[in-house]
Design a protein around this ligand. Structure first.
Ligand SMILES: Cc1ncc(COP(=O)(O)O)c(C=O)c1O
Length: 483
């Protein structure tokens, strides 16, 4: 297809135009626009017809998979559908035209958005204070660890040395720990996929700054002994951080603050439906208990007598972690989502996310091995071990799914499950979509018996076929060369 494989500039033909209102005659323009800002040489824009432009960009927009195209069960990433109303609201002129240097008395509406979102997130998490600054979950983790360091320094005179994480932790957890200047102590999970209490006890000492734990954890299970875990860490003076990336399984059901956590982050770009993936802006607010509030990044939003203002007078703050006040467009979208769902709607999100994941678990369990075969939360982890023994590994299954028009699940994570396939259907998918996907997964399994090569050489229908992944990473080829 011509318009898909070439740049818009290569499609240009002299004199070709799209539909437009008649252009203003030069003499009239010259009389109205002063000489200085007027171009002397016309810009080198592509000369293309309107239908070609529309086709070109429509085709380009479908070369990659995205949630508007079809199902995207990428476990841990909560690729749910983002209602378009959120984007529309973020784009209304009062928000879209704001300047970050604007005086607060001229931006009260925007500050109200931040205050109301903060209040909603505090209610959802059961925490006391919050910052909306961090731009992602990973930055939220780092922000909280810097606050923990400041807290220990203030209270114990020394920052302590170690942060404990389970071996199922997301890769950003150890990275944040190291960047914050701590050492990682890895905790082996029990055979049931949960925290091994004995292993935790042996890892604890007065040198532990914190435990960082995801709940529900990254194998899709709720840490049923969480209150005991938190108490143990507190007993040696450590703090407990909840990686809240999986909050989609908890909304309106349980709250990290009530469980005893000292801090958690929230991935707005997952749970609160703001766009996710492709390197777009994210937002990872950090909510804390009152004991940590003095250390929150500055400024924090405050409201008195109906007037919103920024409080910069915070001597114990760890400082600024994002230019201005965070990714404001994400905050508008998240508040729009919260308001449109309402309290009952938020709870229904989690209930349906859990039902959908368990539906996949039950329907696929006869064919694929389920890593921890008991009711899961919002995601289910399969192992491709059986399929590998018959000739097609997890990567082959993932690539073959692309041929059927689906984004593959997360593969080979968590690291503690062999040949892992991590499926997170989210609440936004219908039973019909799940049934179709299940049929495809079962068909792929049959294909292994019929023709394993079909899987090993997949994908067959995508613009780019299977890459030599090591080669692609080492010899980056990202420059377009015109033919
Ligand atoms: C469990 C968990 N923790 C942390 C993160 C990091 O979040 P972000 O990608 O926003 O940095 C993710 C992201 O997928 C995650 O799944």
């Amino acid at each position: 297809m011509q318009s898909e494989s070439q740049l818009i500039f290569e499609l240009s033909r002299p004199g070709r135009v799209g539909y437009d209102v008649p252009s203003t005659p030069r003499e009239i323009l010259a009389a109205q626009v002063p000489d200085l800002p007027r171009r002397k040489v016309p810009p080198k824009l592509p000369e293309v017809s309107e239908n070609l432009v529309v086709r070109h960009y429509t085709n380009l927009s479908t070369r990659n998979h995205h949630i508007d195209k079809d199902f995207y069960p990428l476990g841990s990433c909560t690729m749910k559908y983002n209602p378009k109303i959120n984007d529309e609201l973020a784009g209304i002129p009062g928000f879209g035209g704001l300047h970050p240097f604007q005086m607060t008395n001229t931006a009260q509406g925007a500050l109200e958005v931040l205050q109301r979102l903060s209040d909603a997130l505090l209610e959802v998490t059961g925490m006391d204070a919050i910052t909306l600054q961090p731009a992602a979950g990973a930055q939220g983790e780092l922000t909280a660890l810097l606050m923990f360091r400041a807290y220990h320094q203030k209270h114990g005179g020394r920052p302590r040395r170690r942060v404990i994480i389970p071996d199922s932790a997301h890769g950003t957890n150890p990275a944040s720990i190291v960047i914050a200047g701590y050492e990682v102590t890895e905790l082996k999970s029990g055979a049931d996929g949960l925290t091994d209490i004995q292993a935790l006890k042996s890892a604890l000492s007065d040198d532990v700054a914190a435990l960082m734990i995801t709940n529900p954890n990254t194998v899709g299970l709720f840490e049923s002994r969480i209150a005991e875990i938190i108490e143990l860490v507190h007993s040696v003076g450590g703090l407990v951080y909840m990686d809240g990336a999986n909050l989609n399984a908890m909304l309106g059901v349980s709250r990290p603050g009530d469980m005893g956590f000292d801090a958690c982050h929230i991935n707005l770009h997952k749970t609160f439906s703001t766009p996710h993936g492709g390197g777009g802006p994210g937002s990872g607010p950090v909510a804390v208990k009152s004991s940590l509030a003095p250390f929150l990044p500055s400024p924090v939003i405050n409201t008195r007598d109906g007037v919103h203002w920024w409080d910069w007078n915070r001597p114990d703050s760890i400082g600024h972690v994002h230019s201005f006040y965070g990714n404001f467009g994400m905050h508008v979208r998240a508040l729009a989502y919260v308001l449109s769902m309402g309290g009952d709607g938020l709870r229904a999100i989690s209930e349906n996310a859990i039902i959908n994941a368990n539906y996949l678990r039950v329907k696929l369990s006869g064919t694929y091995e389920v890593a921890y075969d008991r009711p899961c939360t919002h995601e289910v982890i399969l192992s491709g071990d059986r399929q590998k023994a018959r000739g097609a590994k997890t990567l082959d299954i993932a690539k073959r799914l692309l041929d059927y028009g689906y984004h593959p699940p997360t593969v080979y994570f968590p690291l503690i499950v062999h040949e892992a396939l991590m499926l997170e259907p989210t609440e936004s998918e219908s039973r019909e979509t799940l049934d179709e996907f299940i049929q495809v997964m079962l068909e792929i399994d049959r294909e292994i018996t019929r023709d394993p090569e079909l899987l090993k050489s997949a994908p067959h229908t995508t613009p780019v076929r299977r890459l030599d992944e090591a080669g692609a990473a080492r010899n980056l080829d990202i420059r377009y060369t015109a033919k």
